[in-house]
Structure formats: C-alpha cells, structure tokens
Write a protein that binds this ligand. Sequence first.
Ligand code: AHR
Length: 658
Amino acid sequence: MLKKIRISRIVAILFLLAANGVNAQSTYTIDASQPGIAVSPNLYGIFFEEINHAGEGGLYAEMVQNRDFEVTSIPLGSSMAGNLVRTKDLWQERKIFGNELHGWSFLSEGGAIGDIRLRQDHPLNGKNPASMRLIVTKSGNRSGVYNAGFWGMNFIQGETYNLSFFARSSGNKKLDVTVSLESPNGNRIYAEKKMAQVGGNWQKYECSLVPNTSDNLGRLALTIHQPDTLWLDVVSLFPQKTYRNRANGLRDDMMQILAGLKPAFVRFPGGAIVGGMNLDNRIQWKNSIGDISQRKGTMNLWGYYTTNGLGYHEYLQMCEDLKADALWVCNPGFSDNYRKAEYCKPEEVHLYVKEALDALEYALGPVDSEWGSKRAANGHPAAFPLKYIEIGNEASGEVYRTNYKLFYDAIHAKYPEVKIISNYGAIPGGVVEIKDDHKYGSPDSFIKAFNQYDKADRKGPEIYVGEYGCTSGVGQGNLKGALAEAVYLMGLEKNSDIVTMSSYAPLFFHVNDNAWPVNMIGFDNQSVFGRTSYWVNRMMAENRPDFILNTQSADSVKNLFCISGYDKKTDEIVLKVVNTSAQPQKAAFRFKGILFASQTATSILLTHSDFNAENSRYNPEVVVPQTGQFKVGKEGIEREFSPWSFTILRVKTTKPKN
Ligand code: AHR
C-alpha cells in the first residue's frame, strides 16, 4: 500500500513538473580525471565562395559595377537565351545583367544628347576586348556617363576614394574629363576633379576624391564638356580604407566580422564555381593575378559577372591577414558534376595537374621559381600560408577517381608538406588523407547527426566537413536552424580526433542577391550582420577546448544535448548545452577528478522566446549571445536551460591531475 502511495506521489510530482512546463532534472557526470580526445585546433574554419555577390560588390572593395565592360563575356561555346546563359550541352543558368552595358548609363542634363555603346574595335588589351564608347552630339548642361555601383555607392564624408580609369579620345583630340562623386540623380556633387586632357591613345588616369557629404546611394560620373567621343575601360573606384589598408583590398567591416570567427583556415574559391558551367568557365587562377587591367573576368554560374579583381593573390593575402591557413580547391579536369560536366580529354589531364602545381608554386615557391617570382613581383616575396589543396568540389565518378591519383601523386611528390583533400573517402589504388563531407538539410537531420561520427573509422582518412548548413524549414536562417547546427557541431567537436575541420556554407549574401536559401552573413553596401548561424559558429570557435571530457547521464535525456571539454590555457571546464525543446530543462553537473577554483563562473547564452527569430539588415541583433556570471555550488552546477537555447558555461578549476 505504502509503495503504491509513493509511486503515485512520484507520478503526481512528475505530472506537476510537466504541467508547469519544466522537465525533470537530469544529472550528468563529467569525468576530468582522464583527458578524452584532443580537439583539433583546425576544427573551425570558413569557406568563401563567389556566390550571392560575396566578393564582387561585397568583400572586394571595388565600388564600380562592370568596371571592365566585359559583362557579356559568357563561357566559350554558350549563348544567351533571354534571361539565361545556355552552354552547348544545354545547361542553363540565370544571368542578372540587364543590358550589355550593365551598371552604366548615359548622363544627360539640360538637353544633352548622345549615347553609349559597347565596342570591341579598340581593345585595351587581349584580356579586355570590350570597352565603352561615349558619343556626345549635344552637350546640354552636362553630358557623360555614370555608374551607381552595386545597388548604390556608399560615400562617407571626409573619407578618401581612389579613382583610376583608362581613356582615349578619337582622332588624337585633347578632351577634358570631369570626374565626380554625386547623389543618385546628380543634383548634388560631393567631390569633383577635372582630369588632365585625355589624348588619342589608351592611357591610365588617376586621382583621389573626398566627398563632403555621406550618401549610401551615390554614383560616380565622368563627363565631357563639348560634343565629342570618349572611350573608357577599367574604371575603378576604391575606398582608401580597406582591411589592413591593402591596395585592391577588401572591405574593412566584412573582414572584421570574419576575423571575429577566428578561422583556423579559409577554403576558397568554391564550391560549384571551381568546376564552372563548362571547362572554359572553371576557376582559372592565372586570369586572376597581376594588374587588374590585365585580368580576365568570368560569367559566374551564380548569375553574375566577376572581374576576378578578388583573385588568387588576394585570397591568399586574406588568409594571411586573418592568420588562417589557406585551403585552395583546384579543378579536377572537368566542370561541375551537377551541371552536365564537360570532361577534358584524358591526354589533357596533365595540363590541369600543371595548373594546380603552378598555383602551389605561386603560393609557396621560391622567389626565383617561375610562379614564385610572379608572387614577388605582385608584392609578396614571402611564401603564403597555403597548407591544403582540395582536388575538385563535389566531384564524382570514375573519371574523378582516375584523375585524383594523377593529381595526388604529382602534388605529393613536389609538395609533401601540403595536405591533399579528396571528394571520396577511398580511392582504389590511391591515397586519401582527408575526405570532404558536405551536409545540407533540415534541423531534424542536423540534430540526428549528433552521433554521426561516433563510430567513424579511427584509422582514417580524416574528415573535413567542408560545407554544412540548415537549408530547409529555418526561414532565412533562424534560431531553430542555428541550434540544430550547434548540436551538429558539438557532434563534430566530440569526434574531432577524426573530424578535424569544418566550414559553414555559404559564408556571405548580399541582401539584393540571394542565390542560396540560407547563408551565414548578410550585407549591403554599408552594413554587415551575422545570422544566428554566425553566432553559433563564433561561440564554438571562441570556446574550443583542448580536449574532450567524458560526459555521461544515466537519465534518459530528450532534447538536451551536452558535451564538455577542458581549456588548458585558462584552466577552465567548458560545458556546451543545447536545449532544442519548447520547455525549460533542468540539469545538474557533477565532476570527478577536479576542483573548482572559484565560486563564480561565466555563462554565454544564445536564445530567444521565438525559435523563428532571425537577425536581418534592419534588426541585426535580435539573437546575439549574452555573457553573464553565475554561482557554482559545492556539489557542482545546477541550472535550468531556457527553451530553444545554446549555453556555454566556463568554470575555473585547479588543473586536472592528468
Ligand atoms: O554552398 C553552395 C553550393 O553548395 C556550393 O557551391 C556547392 O559545393 C554545394 O553544392
């Protein structure tokens, strides 16, 4: 009878707890007497792909859109069909340029008459066959051309902007050209300069302009003062202030947000663009180095033109500036598998291998080597921190396996210190050091993957999760998706003896061009913000312990995920807990083999009452981490974890014995 009453009391208590919305407390035991697996120092990296205008009109600080007038240079053998680019194998991609002089308009004030045309009869050089011809037949008050950049140019009062352009007149005439930074309709001029007289041969002109007003919808204008003809090419406008003041550099605010992630490595340049729509459209790094007027641009398979101003050298410089290792992805001898791959002839694979070897020589070779000397000539005599090369992106099939071995053998023979990443876990007759796994999907699939790598073969190869992200059922990137990613990343961290690297994808999106459902960091021409996934990634990277601690609970715990580790630099236990339910959840933590050194500890909490909450351009800080202090008890830690939350607790300890 007594037993019956007790059981019914327990049931009643449990019922009451559930009715109050608080689950019963679960108890975890954390054993610090034995260090678990070492956490890979390279676990948290970033992956940059030129998608969503991430580079062109984004990270790359160039302000002029279609500066080289090559927007119509589509992949060899393809054609334009309405709003599409169609390859000869009938793969179609959207293009978002409206006309052949995309970005440029004729400027006419007070009755000026004239026109602008794309012309190929006076090329600036072989890489830049097209240029713009301006003809003014009646000057009116003002006549010329203007460019409003990428959805407006952002001018900041008092800052310096460096302009350069190539120009020529017709028939050796001398022409005055006035350049100005101005308001969207040209009513207000913020900065203006008259340039030296332009003559009949292509010549470069340069000046600096300092606007007297801020305007984030500004435009650049070049005007002439009498009826005449002016040719223009490679018109470039850069803010003087770039990240670490690099020439041809990167936007400071966008680099700052990346630096916040403390990435161990940067994977670049793709992604699908490494393969391209066809072989001609693949990443060709040699087109992307040296003087910007000598670079050949690419019609990107994500729907827009890129000048390759953000090129191989700039990517390597970016890695160095972020104190991150470089991971370059090379083309494996065929175009993107998901876009009707075009294969090179078997007897030509060696040319693609050479392309990869030359890239490695550019990054790592001595200054007296062919490509190392070009790196030095481009201003960087020292080697760049290139540590990894990946052979292809999401490439598959028999041809891949055959080509991989040729790439591997040649690269490993010449650069044994460079780690080689494969798209397959095993290549018959070949060596796989690191395998690239990609994961996109629903929050449920990410949560289910918490234990995915627990049973991975520890004999190798190492696993690099090169792309991951919740892409469905998470709005444009909400808290629910980010929490599922936190669970997934905790699953990687507890297995990071074998899963040694990871990177979210895609990294950036421009608020006016979004080709992928969910991305990590949004921006426009004057601001940048992290989605909740950014904050989860940052919290993980900032709180990466040195080794994992065994963390067990005898209770059957639902919707609460927990791992712990030890940070040797600070002598702290680092506890990570995600609550993926709508109820608060209580947990107690008991510790073996360790003593707390302080009664106060630190908590970092990412949560919101609505799991649909998102950060956006106008509300960038709806869900951001909050740091606080809490008291630890003699017995250990007891806490309630809010619904839909990711919590990191850091507790100071005396050193563990081992
Ligand atoms: O991250 C976006 C795309 O997803 C990448 O380009 C490709 O590798 C993957 O399919």
